[in-house]
Design a binder for this molecule. Structure first.
Ligand code: ADP
Length: 436
């Protein structure tokens, strides 16, 4: 194409076609004829035209095109069905903006180039190709542009693509069907697993409930034995009975914890808010953990009002929550560490915070720590536990309209905190304390 462009078109002649004044001159007519001959050489060439460099590298100037041969020719150039001024043919010197067409700025003046994309308009699909028109010095300031009609090629290519398109659509259909089926199967499976999990919790609840009765009976029998109701016991028998009683109490606590786990899981926590003297409650709880605190030489710091009110709360769940946080703090803190209980009662809300200097909870375990039976990796094989306590505590606090959370750094310590909204005991007969 380079040679064709340079052989047919003479740069010396082209240089004389600079502005609209050139139209109709002999040189202009000759160049148009040359362009028309080029277009006539191949019926697929739709347009043949020449563009020239300007001082502004983002603009090219129109020189001539094959259709300019007949200055009176009537074309509906914009294809709107109306022939008016907007269909005017280009005249020499008209500007083409090529800001976004790098290859026309440089390459088209050095070697033949082709538009990277086909152009589609109302007349069909075409490919534009350009070839430099070199002067005697070998350099080019104009290039020849040819728009080649490739509508047939595009149509055939599209036709050839139809079977592939059908195949891809078929594959997509299979894929969608499979996905929908899998989602359904998976959904059913999840439903089944949830049902099984629920049934398991129901069974767990029933078993725990059945175990609770005989364990309580054993406990009472042991107490009556220790009280000497069946005759005086010697020292050895007394020690054995004490050990059995301690184990029966541990078993009873475990069974009642399992019952609570199944209640939380099934959403069946039954709260029984009654007037609760917080002074008594805290004394009872601190008495329970006192021996372990002493045994581990824990520095126990208590920050709470001197006198606490009597409020309406469920005693069992409130005690279980606070006791769990306190026993955990003592359990997961090494001997000689510090545990701080910080209790505030303001605006009918109890805010409790238990801080320790213990082993902490690893970052990776923190999101799951309130989960059923979840135990952190740093204690699971070294400290006894079952992972029920926090699960029930969360259920109990949230069941009473409160919030619970924690902050922890592994190796440094942990702070658990919760809030519980409280009501004043009703005026009829339950005024053992007052709200602070
Ligand atoms: P348990 O203590 O019987 O394992 P919990 O439900 O009370 O069960 O606690 C769940 C887990 O949370 C514990 O196993 C432990 O990994 C972590 N944890 C709770 N409290 C503390 C604490 N104060 N310090 C460090 N880890 C704790």
């Amino acid at each position: 194409m380079t040679s064709a462009a340079s052989l047919v078109l003479d740069p010396a002649e082209l240089s004389k076609i600079a502005d609209p004044e050139s139209v109709g001159t002999d040189i202009y007519k000759k160049v148009i004829k040359d362009l028309n001959r080029i277009r006539g050489s191949n019926q697929n060439i739709r347009y043949a035209y020449i563009l020239r460099k300007t001082e502004d590298s983002n603009n090219l100037a129109f020189v001539a095109d094959a259709d300019s041969l007949d200055p009176t020719a009537i074309f509906d150039l914009n294809g709107d069905g109306i022939i008016n001024d907007s269909d005017a043919l280009n005249t020499p010197g008209d500007i083409y903006d090529i800001t976004d067409l790098d290859y026309l700025r440089t390459t088209a003046f050095l070697e033949p180039v082709v538009d990277p994309e086909l152009t589609q308009d109302q007349w069909g699909t075409f490919l534009s190709a350009y070839a430099p028109i070199r002067g005697a010095s070998g350099t080019a300031t104009e290039f020849l542009g040819l728009d080649i009609d490739v509508s047939d090629y595009a149509r055939i290519k599209n036709l050839a693509l139809i079977p592939y398109a059908f195949f891809v659509a078929f594959l997509l259909l299979i894929l969608v069907t499979q996905t929908v089926t899998l989602v359904r199967i998976w959904g059913n499976r999840v439903d089944e697993l949830q049902l099984i999990d629920r049934q398991k919790d129901e069974v767990l609840g029933i078993v725990a409930h059945q175990l609770a009765k005989p364990i309580t009976a054993i406990r009472w029998d042991l107490e009556s034995l220790l009280d000497g109701d069946l005759g005086a016991l010697n020292a050895e028998q007394k020690t054995e009975a004490e050990t059995m009683k301690a184990q029966a109490i541990g078993l009873a606590d475990l069974v009642s914890m399992i019952l609570d786990v199944s209640r939380v899981q099934l959403g069946r926590i039954q709260l029984d808010p009654k007037p609760l003297n917080l002074n008594d409650l805290f004394k009872e709880m601190l008495d329970v953990i006192k021996p372990t605190i002493a045994e581990k030489n824990i520095n126990f710091v208590k920050k709470m009002p001197e006198s606490l009110p009597t409020v309406l709360l469920d005693k069992r769940y409130t005690r279980m929550t606070i006791e769990n946080l306190l026993t955990n703090a003592v359990k997961y803190t090494p001997a000689g560490g510090t545990v701080t209980l910080d209790l505030k009662i303001e605006n009918d809300v109890m805010s409790c915070q238990v801080t320790d200097t213990g082993c902490g909870i690893p970052q990776d375990d923190q999101a799951k720590i309130f989960g059923k039976m979840y135990r952190a990796s740093n204690v699971v094989n070294t400290v006894d536990g079952n992972g029920f306590g926090l699960y029930v505590a969360k259920g109990a606090v949230e069941g009473q309209g409160g919030t619970i959370g924690f902050e922890s750094t592994e190796g440094k310590g942990t702070t658990f905190f919760f809030t519980l909204p409280m009501k004043k005991p009703d005026a009829i007969g339950h005024n053992e304390g007052k709200m602070v």
